[in-house]
Design a protein around this ligand. Structure first.
Ligand SMILES: [Zn+2]
Length: 73
């Protein structure tokens, strides 16, 4: 209940994104690219879809010793 209905013609963020099943380029497993994550990507300005599942991305981060996160790219 948001009181007035004044903003219903604005883009509702959650409608724009739907969970999507992608295939990981690394392990070949299917993974779900959730709506929330898609919104996050968009917010960050990423225009392409993730190529890897979360596991592989995490693994890569650890491998590179990048867990702390310097935003190099
Ligand atoms: Zn993977």
């Amino acid at each position: 209940m948001s009181g007035k209905e004044g903003r219903r013609q604005g883009v509702s963020e959650n409608r724009e994104f739907q969970d999507k099943v992608l295939t990981c380029a690394d392990c070949g497993q299917e993974f779900t690219w959730g709506a929330a994550e898609q919104a996050f990507f968009k917010e960050k300005g990423f225009t392409n879809e993730p190529k890897r599942c979360k596991d592989c991305r995490d693994a890569k981060k650890v491998q590179r010793g990048d867990a702390g996160g310097k935003g190099s790219r």
